[in-house]
Write a protein of this length. Structure first.
Ligand SMILES: Nc1ncnc2c1ncn2[C@@H]1O[C@H](COP(=O)(O)OP(=O)(O)O)[C@@H](O)[C@H]1O
Ligand SMILES: [Mg+2]
Length: 323
């Protein structure tokens, strides 16, 4: 992509485990333009979180290691800059929202202190100025009686309120990119919808780009502009949301969509993809989906396909589309 904000190229992340080398992420390439929302979807264990952790420089090492690739953010390769520079980018230019705010929030610090902290660290605001701005942000994320909540501790808030606090913390320094890893997975459907539309509204007001990670295609349909589908550590397919849902190319994407409950679909049984995802430690020479793919032929079991442009704006990693 030209002038991408984030451009990940050929990223491979391996984990050294007692069972062998786990290829958590293998030759992943993704890009996000300014202001764009890219949905990253796939079943649990396919490498979504590891991809996000690589971007923010938080792969636990050991056992993890980035063995190949580039992660360009505004033109700079995050894998090749000094740690203190990366720390500054993280939080100030890249904001993060995680699934479980209780583990991301500090239990012994007040909400006010935690929301104000990034401003004091990254923007050099005084304590009072930062607290004032924190209050405004708590109002912005629709926390009732925001000023009174400054002195509350995380455990005194509901799950939905904690997630709003995380959003305020992630966005308060006006980053260019937000990485949201399963931001609404722990919430019920109504809250989920409220939080997603809050995030989308703030995002468009501030012109931020977002990498939205989820295992839920419904969340992607509601929020993202473009989607990347991951399977077993690789990108299977990328496309704009409309074309992806209307006409999925990769057999795995087709299976995922068939397993998604549709509105008004009545009591129809969901189609499940037969078989299971190969272990990250297994050595696969062909396409990782071949074992489960209804269309697999000899080449699929021998050679791994690369992500290639199949049609304008659409990339797929599948031998069915290579002439
Ligand atoms: N700290 C770790 N040690 C060993 N393996 C890990 C570690 N973190 C992640 N993995 C492996 O990396 C793969 C991808 O995990 P992850 O990115 O968390 O998946 P998800 O798509 O559910 O976010 C999995 O096989 C997982 O077991
Ligand atoms: Mg994850």
């Amino acid at each position: 992509m030209r002038d991408a904000l984030l451009d990940i190229r050929g990223l491979s992340v391996h984990f050294h485990t007692p069972e062998g080398i786990g290829r958590a992420v293998e030759s992943v390439s993704l890009s996000i333009g300014p202001g764009e929302t890219l949905g990253l979807v796939g079943e649990s264990g396919c490498g979504k979180s590891v991809t996000a952790l690589a971007v923010i420089g938080l792969i636990p090492s050991p056992p993890g290691r980035i063995v190949a690739g580039e992660i360009r953010f505004q033109g700079r390769d995050l894998l090749r800059i000094k740690p203190d520079r990366l720390r500054r980018i993280r939080g100030r230019e890249i904001g993060m929202i995680f699934q479980e705010p209780l583990t991301a929030l500090n239990p012994v610090l007040t909400i006010g202190r935690q929301v104000a902290e990034p401003l004091m660290v990254h923007s050099g605001l005084s304590r009072d100025a930062a607290l004032k701005k924190a209050t405004r942000w708590l109002e912005r994320v629709r926390i009732p009686s925001a000023a009174k909540r400054l002195g509350a501790y995380p455990h005194e808030l509901s799950g939905g309120m904690r997630q709003r606090v995380m959003i305020a913390m992630a966005m308060i320094c006006r980053p260019r990119l937000i990485i949201a890893d399963e931001p609404t997975t722990a919430l019920d459907v109504t809250l989920q919808r409220q939080i997603l539309s809050l995030m989308a509204r703030l995002q468009s007001e501030m012109g931020m780009a977002m990498l939205l990670i989820t295992h839920d295609l419904g969340v992607v349909a509601q929020t993202a502009g473009r989607v990347a589908v991951m399977y077993a550590g690789r990108v299977a397919e990328t496309a704009a949301v409309g074309p992806l849902f209307a006409d999925p190319l990769h057999p795995y994407t087709q299976g995922l969509l068939q397993s998604m409950p549709r509105l008004g679909a009545g009591s129809g049984r969901l189609h499940e993809i037969p078989g299971s995802v190969p272990a990250a430690t297994s050595s696969i020479s062909g396409c990782p989906f071949a074992e489960r793919c209804p269309f697999a032929f000899d080449r699929c079991r021998q050679e791994a396909p690369m992500l290639q442009t199949a049609r304008p704006g659409r990339q797929v990693s599948c031998w069915l589309y290579v002439r």
